[in-house]
Write a protein that binds this ligand. Structure first.
Ligand SMILES: [Zn+2]
Length: 464
């Protein structure tokens, strides 16, 4: 029925125009879809091709997009074949096509110029004829990886500890850092490490060899530009084994009664099957809540300052006895049976009840308040991914966002959270992973491992 109406209208039009030939010819000369290219100028490993097509009511009869380089033609998109969901209508007369365009999709792409060719046709004259447009877009393929070179020397990493690398990367805005096995540690411009006027290509990245990583875990510097081109560089380093202690923790009903109800009350979002089953609730807190808390802590690392806020060595809380060391392997016993195993990623420091807890160095408060197993807890950010954590506090004196100086009071020690008695649980974190504070407590280590490298990188004479 619709066809018939169209045909009648068409005949009327033809009659009005005074002959078939004229309208037929005019329909053939009607402009085709209007094609505008918005991306890309350059692609690398990755890239994206974006174009808009203006055509009445978004109607297209055909659309063919191909990529051409060095005489070869590769299909990018076709309206007649395969998945066409990438062609999206925006408004009444506009279509937008986005396509990945880089060496990851087109393995044969080479360094140099390339182009996109598009043909599009829209229906005219009630679908009896069509109007076509052909258009092209030139772009560059750039597959050259960033330039990367390590500048610092003498890298010694304690198992569970940290180190720093100073390196040059060009372009300076490439994403770069250090990779230790599966973990990536971001690099920051050297100006943030106090190297005033340093070349923008010079970067600083702190790294850690975590307690549960192999001593032989590969450590490399990497850089990735906005086109997805990636470079990596090796450098000389040595790793040193550390002795992690094994310890036995005896759990009692009295301990459960002390800690479990209080933790559940303060953590309303955390569910246990039966709150009256204290052993099961305790195990759930020690495993599941610990995991949730550690994920939250890891996410705080993204709020780190690109500038180093600390000055000189970190300070262990005065007059404290170390009750438990970093990465102690703890077996938990109840009624003579092993019921759990956890790694204790921090130091337990005890002095007197409600002892003042002081900032171990200058930093900004990124967490202040209840934090599950850690009870009342303060976390300070010291910049470039380095943070320190103070747990089980009885009271807190600082608020999030505060900038605190070395020795400024953060609160008082206590036994909130998963604590058997009044003590400070202290740890340091790099990019959200617990690292041993022992290195950072040593003035010698801070001087040899960190400050010396910054000084040498800042001196033009020391450049390689
Ligand atoms: Zn502890």
């Amino acid at each position: 029925m619709r066809k018939l109406t169209v045909l009648i209208v068409l005949i009327l039009l033809v009659v009005a125009a005074g002959g078939t030939g004229v309208v037929w010819d005019q329909a053939g000369r009607v402009a085709g879809p209007v094609i505008v290219f918005t991306e890309p100028a350059t692609v690398g490993r990755i890239g994206e091709f974006v174009m808009t097509i203006e055509t009445p009511r978004g109607e297209l009869n055909s659309l063919e997009v191909t990529l051409e380089q060095n005489g070869a033609t590769l299909p990018v998109f076709s309206l007649s074949g395969g998945d066409t969901s990438a062609l999206v209508r925006e408004g009444s007369d506009r279509l937008v096509l986005r396509q990945p365009l880089g060496k990851e999709r087109f393995e044969s792409l080479l360094q140099g110029p390339a182009s996109i060719a598009v043909t599009a046709a829209r229906p005219v004259l009630f679908g009896y004829r069509e109007a076509e447009t052909a258009a092209g877009h030139d772009f560059e393929v750039s597959l050259r990886p960033p330039l990367l070179g390590v500048q610092s020397q003498f890298h010694y990493v304690n198992h569970g500890g940290s180190e720093v690398v100073v390196y040059r990367v060009t372009p300076a805005d490439a994403v770069s850092g250090v990779r230790v096995g599966e973990h990536e540690y971001p690099g920051f411009p050297a100006a943030g490490a106090g190297m005033e006027g340093a070349d923008p290509s010079i970067h600083v990245a702190f790294l850690a060899l975590l307690w549960d990583q192999e001593l032989a875990t590969p450590i490399t510097v990497f850089a990735r530009d906005s086109l997805g081109n990636e470079a990596s560089a090796t450098f000389a380093y040595r790793t040193f084994a550390q002795q992690f202690r094994e310890s036995r923790i005896n759990l009692s009903d009295g301990f459960f009664a002390n800690v479990v109800p209080a933790i559940l009350q303060n953590s309303p979002d955390f569910r246990v099957d039966d709150p009256s089953d204290l052993l099961a609730s305790y195990l759930s807190i020690n495993r599941d809540m610990r995991r949730e808390n550690d994920a939250y802590i890891a996410a705080l690392s993204r709020e780190t300052s690109p500038e180093i806020l600390w000055q000189g060595p970190f300070k262990q809380l005065i007059n404290t006895a170390v009750e438990s060391g970093f990465a102690d392997q703890r077996d938990y016993y109840y009624d003579g049976e092993v019921v759990d195993h956890q790694t204790h990623l921090g130091f337990d420091l005890a002095s007197t009840v409600a002892a003042p807890v002081l900032a171990a160095n200058r930093g900004r408060v990124v967490h202040s308040g209840w934090l599950g197993i850690y009870g009342n807890c303060v976390i300070l950010d010291h910049g470039m991914g380095l943070q320190s954590l103070y747990a089980h506090l009885s009271s807190v004196d600082v608020g999030e966002g505060d900038l605190v100086e070395l020795d400024e009071q953060l609160g008082r020690s206590g036994a909130t959270g998963l604590a058997g008695g009044d003590h400070l649980h202290f740890t340091m974190l790099l990019n959200g992973n617990a690292i041993t504070p022992i290195d950072w407590w040593s003035a010698q280590w801070v001087e040899d491992r960190i400050l010396r490298k910054f000084r040498e990188a800042g001196e033009p004479a020391a450049a390689l």
